[in-house]
Write a protein that binds this ligand. Structure first.
Ligand code: ATP
Ligand code: MG
Length: 426
């Protein structure tokens, strides 16, 4: 026997028990996105590597070390498994002129790939739902996206997810801040770790979210970007905060929040749960007004968020309010001459009529089939034995309640089945 193969490290199978929770999570999120006026879009899992290099930025964790990239020799192309959805979504909007007739609100969901060290809440294949609004410049849509999340959490049965908010201004404002920040960090270079020293010249803003205590000490006294913001940036931020307050959505200002991707400007935010340990951010987003132009499109404002499904599903699971899987309405037991054909047709007809029906497969004695019927959680057992076949009838037995058993004729079977089910469920 050859050795059994295993899934790739950091890439997970989701087994049927957990899939019930995942599917109900997905149904809630998708219905909510549609209700808020966002329309579904689907992009490929594979894109040109250049897309992510240009969109996310060379000096980011993702582009530096997390991308699954390879050269496709057949077409001589550099390709990458998408690490996130925004870049593809903007690429698609440009490619298909999606916003030629006005702004668009879009959502997508699916797997993303990042070569990170796997740990709880951090995987190499993970799922995101993302929402993006293209063509809206004002803070109202930033507020809309944030308030939408605030309303989603309780719908998922989740509490204690808090909002951190910041504004990182415009590219020019960041450039002026950057000059002073680099000067300050250079003056304190002795206290920086290797990562921070490297970033000092490639992406100094990222030094601000260093997790090394000594670096954090330096960072605490660094010049704050907020002090470099002009009237327009401040007005955008004030407009956003006003709408959040009007909606009763609380937030903490976090001047150190810069997010790991280069394309953001003005609004950035994260939703964080303290119940998940180190991997507590369940949703992150912000504004990216320069991204369309950066990817060769007409300059168009954009704002959006992406939520990490594994982390949210884990919270739902821990909340203990995870929804139960749908149990079958009926389990069909059959035995004897001609019974399989009758049972097969019966299950088929009931399924077509909208019922959830499991047909016993693999044989077994009457007793063992009834055991399986019971274990399936079905409301009713439908029994087709030689007797029933001869009489042109079916026996119906209630499994969960009274234990009543009676015969129904095969002609009126669908109506009688529906009536029995209704009576027993009532
Ligand atoms: P982190 O700081 O945790 O690495 P990030 O800033 O890289 O997060 P984003 O790119 O903003 O994450 O992605 C949005 C959300 O997707 C995150 O808030 C998180 O919930 C989820 N996420 C990101 N990376 C992973 C991963 N490797 N495994 C599981 N979920 C992830
Ligand atoms: Mg990351």
């Amino acid at each position: 026997m050859s050795a059994a193969l295993q899934a790739i490290r950091g890439m997970n199978d989701v087994l049927p028990d957990d899939m019930a929770l995942w599917r109900s999570f997905g149904a809630i999120v998708e219905a909510w996105l549609e209700r808020c006026g966002y329309r579904a879009i689907r992009m490929p899992l594979v894109e040109n590597t250049a897309l992510f290099r240009r969109a996310i930025g060379e000096a980011t964790d993702i582009v530096e070390k997390e991308m699954y990239s390879w050269r496709d020799e057949l077409n001589a192309e550099e390709l990458t498994l998408r690490p996130e959805g925004t870049a593809s979504c903007v690429r698609a909007a440009i490619e298909h002129s999606l916003i030629y007739d006005g702004p668009k609100r879009l959502w997508y969901g699916g797997p993303m790939y990042r070569h990170e060290r796997p740990q709880k809440g951090r995987y190499r294949e993970f799922y995101q739902y993302g929402a993006e609004a293209f063509g809206y410049a004002g803070p109202d849509v930033d507020a809309e996206l944030i308030v939408m999340c605030a309303r989603l959490w309780p719908e998922l049965g989740l509490q204690g997810i808090r909002l951190e908010l910041n504004t990182i201004g415009s590219a020019e404002e960041r450039a002026r801040h950057r000059t002073d920040l680099v000067k300050y960090l250079e003056a304190n270079e002795a206290k920086l770790d290797a990562d921070a020293k490297r970033r000092l010249h490639t992406n100094p803003l990222r030094v601000l979210d260093s997790k090394t205590p000594m670096v954090q000490e330096v960072v605490a006294k660094a010049p704050l970007l907020m002090a470099y913001l002009g009237a327009d940036s401040l007005a955008h931020f004030e407009g956003l905060k006003k709408l959040l307050s009007a909606a009763g959505v609380e937030f903490t200002l976090n001047a150190r929040l810069v997010r790991g991707l280069d394309y953001y400007n003005l609004t950035v935010f994260e939703w964080i749960s303290d119940a998940l340990g180190a991997q507590g951010t369940v949703c992150g987003g912000g504004r990216y007004d320069g991204l369309f132009a950066q990817l060769g499109g007409k300059s168009t404002p954009g704002v959006g968020f992406a939520m990490g499904c594994e982390r949210l599903v884990a919270l739902m699971k821990d909340s203990g309010k995870a929804p139960a899987a749908r149990k079958p309405d009926a389990y069909v037991v059959h035995q004897g001459e001609g019974a399989l054909e009758v049972a097969f047709t019966l299950a088929d007809a009931l399924r077509s009529a909208g019922h959830a029906v499991v047909l016993n497969a693999g044989g077994g004695s009457f007793k063992s089939q009834m055991k399986k019927a019971d274990a399936s959680g079905a409301t009713l057992a439908l029994i087709v034995g030689e007797d029933e076949v001869r009489a042109g009838e079916i026996s119906v037995k209630a499994l969960r309640s009274t234990g009543e058993q009676r015969r129904i004729g095969r002609q009126s079977m669908i109506e009688e089945f529906a009536a029995t089910l209704q009576r027993i469920k009532a």
